[in-house]
Design a protein around this ligand. Structure first.
Ligand code: UD1
Length: 426
């Protein structure tokens, strides 16, 4: 078991560089299988989710070479449309292979995907989209199979702007016949990055970043070179860490447009935020003010920063309210934050955060972003905090302990013994 040991109350200062976005890298890696020729993908973060997806892709027959944040994928030898079930369970994004292989081969099979246990996580909207394109969908004992002799474009209205469903339908529609229109589509920057990559490959996609995406099917795609956008959630986590530790941190390699909702809230809380073309400087000079936050699909406040901002709100001058609207079970970190002294009350989708001091204790990461929140709380707290089950955090943050140490944090990764705990994969 590996854990983080954090000694809190160190001021974080200096420059930290953000890695490529996990949630863009995963669908882009999967999409590379749709081409006839190899792709080279840059700024792919070193993460467990990426390792698992690369293994899935290799088991499907593609040649995969990884070096220094760059992944070369030659899909010409792909011959197996069945996703390794064990690997699929480790990460949510394994389901992108369904859209990819449905478009490419007219057939795919996988087990229901894993991911953080932050809600029901159904895939009904993905399957509704595949069916609208003419696919037959079979689900049996946790195995999903999609097949079609041919796919043809249609108008698909999503009941909810699901990121995963928008991506999966976009992937399948790229190689379908005719036009597909996705209405009430998600607008997240990661799916815009995917659409940019598909476009360089030869796809015809319009309207990404709005709520209506139009895709004209094409016959084939060629591999391409593409650099993944910076991870806005990792950037946001470091921005919050600066405000929490009364520090001054320059977060490099961040697209300010993508973290606007966080910048707005930090400014409202009295945090000093300065944007420039290479990054964002965050400094805490004055007492933090309480604010209310509601998570929403992009461009609203991201649910993936809700646990982290909650920690910052424990240091505000008054009670704050956080409403989670995206996931139904995303307050699992609250029990653990309470062990560190936080005064948080949950009522359904809402939580009330009262100000108070945090102090060290032994806690357990329950999911990826909840685990990041525990690290933040440990940085702000008095004394030593031990965080168990850090494999959740390592699924989504590249070298987080080195990056934080570089800013002056006292954080160590400690391996206790070789017995690996069961992974639950997002
Ligand atoms: C992605 C992100 C995740 C983030 C989430 C919302 C990846 C790998 N993960 O997850 O970090 O928290 O976007 O920003 O990119 N839903 C349905 N039916 C469906 C699909 C989704 O009801 O078929 C519901 C979900 O239960 C959830 C909501 O829609 O309540 C949002 O899900 P979705 O946008 O699909 O999130 P993911 O793509 O899984």
């Amino acid at each position: 078991m590996t854990q983080f040991r954090v000694k809190g109350r160190k001021k974080l200062e200096g420059v930290v560089k953000v890695s490529g976005a996990k949630n863009a890298a995963l669908p882009i890696l999967a999409a590379s299988l749709m081409a006839e020729t190899p792709s080279t993908l840059k700024d792919i973060p070193e993460l467990r989710d990426v390792d698992n997806l690369c293994q899935i892709i290799a088991k499907m027959g593609a040649e995969v070479k990884r070096e220094d944040g760059q992944v070369y994928i030659d899909p010409s030898s792909v011959n197996n449309p069945i996703v390794d079930f064990e690997l699929a369970r480790k990460l949510r994004a394994s389901y992108y292979v369904l859209g990819v292989m449905l478009g490419r081969e007219g057939f795919a099979r996988t087990s229901l995907p894993g991911g953080c246990n932050i809600g029901n996580r159904p895939i009904d909207l993905h399957l509704k989209g595949f069916k609208a394109l003419g696919a037959e969908v079979n689900m049996d004992h946790g195995i999903v199979e999609v097949k079609a002799d041919s796919l043809s474009g249609d108008r698909i209205y999503l009941d909810y702007p699901s990121v995963g469903a928008t991506i999966n339908i976009m992937l399948a529609a790229t190689l379908a016949e005719g036009q597909t229109v996705i209405e009430n589509s998600a607008r997240e920057p990661e799916l815009v990055d995917l659409a940019n990559y598909l476009t360089i490959m030869g796809a015809d996609i319009k309207g990404v970043g709005t709520d209506t995406i139009k895709i004209e099917g094409v016959d084939q795609l060629e591999g391409a070179e593409h650099r993944i956008i910076p991870d806005r959630i990792e950037a946001g986590t470091f921005m919050i860490s600066a405000a929490l530790t009364e520090g001054e941190v320059f977060v490099e390699n961040v697209l300010t447009e993508h973290v606007k909702p966080l910048i707005a809230k930090l400014k409202e809380m009295n945090v000093d935020v300065e944007e420039d073309i290479t990054g964002i400087k965050v400094e805490k000079k004055d007492q933090l003010k309480s604010v209310d936050i509601k998570t929403l699909p992009y461009p609203g406040f991201p649910t993936d920063l809700q646990p982290q901002i909650m920690v910052l709100l424990t240091q505000a001058d008054d009670t704050s309210l956080v409403i989670e609207t995206v996931w139904e079970n995303r307050f699992m970190h609250v029990d653990e934050l309470q062990r560190l002294g936080a005064d948080i009350k949950i009522d359904g989708h809402s939580s009330l955060i009262k100000p108070g001091n945090l102090s060290g204790a032994e806690v357990t990461a329950t999911d990826l972003r909840g685990g990041a929140a525990l690290i933040l709380a440990a940085l702000a707290g008095e004394g030593v905090t031990i965080i168990n089950d850090i494999q959740h955090v390592e699924r989504g943050y590249e070298n987080i302990e080195h990056k934080l140490s570089g800013l002056g944090a006292d954080i160590q990764k400690v391996s206790l013994h070789n017995n690996q705990k069961k992974e639950t994969g997002s």
